[in-house]
Design a protein around this ligand. Structure first.
Ligand code: ADP
Ligand code: ZN
Length: 286
């Protein structure tokens, strides 16, 4: 039996399934204190005989197997969660193989195996929500280096009509500081979901996201880019992003047809948890 946790700052989604990902049972747990949250996680998994567990977590997290703090959530600003030994606690309770990566790497893996990038060897998954985070799969493996990618914090050019200074505590006007949901809300004094579909907000938003996608395209050349998260529920963003992308890239390289290249998650809100289950299964075969 496979176990999976998509650990988010707002909720933990836990799931179990059989090895072909049938009969999925899920439970959503609000992310409160680590103690309380793990207690509920254990309560859920204790009822099953697990063979492997796949975890995709909010971060930053330590994914370096050589590190003393491998398996920790490290410097997260989320109160109470800094320096939490996630894998240590899980291993103490369940002595089974575990896979450990970011929530967005897991979502990219889910979309590659069973979603919008099925049949491909590479894809990139970007979530645009409370923050912006990106994960990627390259040659069928999630992309990690000394740590994990932090694609939301790349630097972008300011839109000429934008006088919002940005709100990233580290960089002010990085991509996340200018284009995550809270930045839209601060720029317009209104939550992103309540802005008109034809507001000029979306063109500015698309300009920033398109710049990021051009950078990812030029550095990673993924076969598909999947854009998820709350802000991307605004479907009118997709054609705007493709237009800016075309203009900015200026035919320097040819890409797949943009309607197939810059897309929504096919697994919708299940991309992350599906990826976690698949990564758990991979632990059993690799
Ligand atoms: P999280 O990032 O916390 O997992 P979400 O992906 O839902 O959760 O992101 C929340 C952010 O997305 C908020 O800033 C919210 O204003 C924005 N958001 C949520 N739903 C929508 C929507 N339908 N349209 C535009 N923005 C949205
Ligand atoms: Zn930043």
């Amino acid at each position: 039996m496979l176990g999976a946790i998509e650990a988010g700052g707002t909720k933990f989604v836990c799931a179990v399934s059989d090895n072909d990902l049938k009969n999925i049972k899920k439970l959503s747990i609000p992310t409160t204190t680590p103690e309380e949250t793990f207690e509920k996680v254990f309560e859920f998994f204790d009822g099953y005989a697990l063979d492997a567990i796949g975890i995709g977590s909010f971060g930053p997290i330590d994914v370096n197997k050589e590190s003393k703090t491998y398996g920790y959530i490290t410097t997260t600003p989320k109160a109470g969660w800094g320096h939490t030994d996630f894998i240590g606690q899980m291993k103490e309770r369940y002595d089974v193989p575990m896979s450990w990566t970011t929530d967005v790497n897991a979502a990219a893996y889910g979309e590659l195996k069973q979603g919008a990038a099925a049949g491909k060897q590479s894809c990139l998954y970007l979530t645009v929500g409370t923050g912006i985070g990106g994960g990627a799969v390259v040659n069928g493996e999630v992309l990690e280096g000394f740590g994990h990618p932090e694609m939301g914090h790349i630097l972008v050019r300011l839109h000429e009509k934008d006088n919002y200074e940005g709100n990233c505590p580290y960089h002010n006007n990085c991509l996340e500081g200018l284009a995550a949901g809270p930045a839209i809300e601060k720029r317009y004094n209104q939550k992103a979901q309540y802005l008109d579909k034809d507001s000029k907000a979306w063109d500015i938003e698309a300009y920033y996201l398109a710049q990021a996608l051009v950078s990812y395209t030029l550095t990673l050349s993924p076969e598909t880019i999947i854009l998820g998260g709350g802000v991307m529920k605004q479907n009118q963003l997709f054609p705007l992003i493709r237009d800016h992308f075309t203009r900015l890239l200026n035919n320097y390289v040819s890409t797949p047809d943009l309607n197939d290249y810059i897309v929504s998650p096919k697994l919708k809100d299940d991309a992350g948890i599906t990826g976690c289950l698949l990564l758990a299964r991979k632990e059993l075969t690799s």
